[in-house]
Design a protein around this ligand. Structure first.
Ligand code: UDP
Ligand code: MG
Length: 141
């Protein structure tokens, strides 16, 4: 039996500055993702640190959290069969130098940090990340 899965994606500040919101959302829809909920917002450095807590010990943590709090972002809850893996495929590699043709990062990322889009990487992180941006009532459908 096929089961629907949910994942959290973010159009990052670099992509918002490039006016890529529409193009990226079009990719979600063309690739079979249902948009359950979507919001544009800015997060503080502290909020970015909470969201990316898993990377707290990494050398890029401070720079990453500065970047993620540098301007508006768009957070979306997406639903599809195999949503987590399929979104990761559509995103492309973290480093755009390694991203395949046709991926969102190949088209919009400018560096390993300014890489246009976030996507949850597993069931447990998707649950945490969806609940970070969306309340239960917003996803109750
Ligand atoms: N990042 C960075 N330098 C690195 C690796 C990652 O600035 O060497 C940033 C980049 O924006 C990336 C985010 O940190 O998207 C989270 O890293 P992760 O390894 O989880 O990559 P992702 O899951 O986003 O592909
Ligand atoms: Mg990740």
């Amino acid at each position: 039996m096929k089961t629907l899965q949910r994942t959290l994606t973010i159009v990052k500040p670099d992509a918002v500055r490039k006016h890529a919101i529409g193009d990226i959302i079009e990719q979600f829809e063309k690739n079979g993702f249902q948009i359950l909920c979507m919001k544009m917002l800015e997060i503080s450095k502290h909020q970015a640190e909470q969201f990316y807590a898993v990377h707290a010990s990494k050398p890029f943590f401070s720079s990453l959290t500065d970047f993620m709090s540098s301007g508006p972002i768009v957070a979306l809850a997406l639903e599809k069969e195999d949503a987590i893996a399929d979104l990761r495929k559509l995103m492309g590699a973290t480093n755009p130098a390694n991203a395949e043709e046709g991926t969102i990062r190949k088209k919009w990322a400018t560096s390993i940090e300014n890489n246009a889009i976030h996507g949850s990487d597993a069931d447990d992180t998707a649950r945490f990340e969806l609940s970070f941006f969306f309340a239960g009532y917003e996803l109750a459908q």
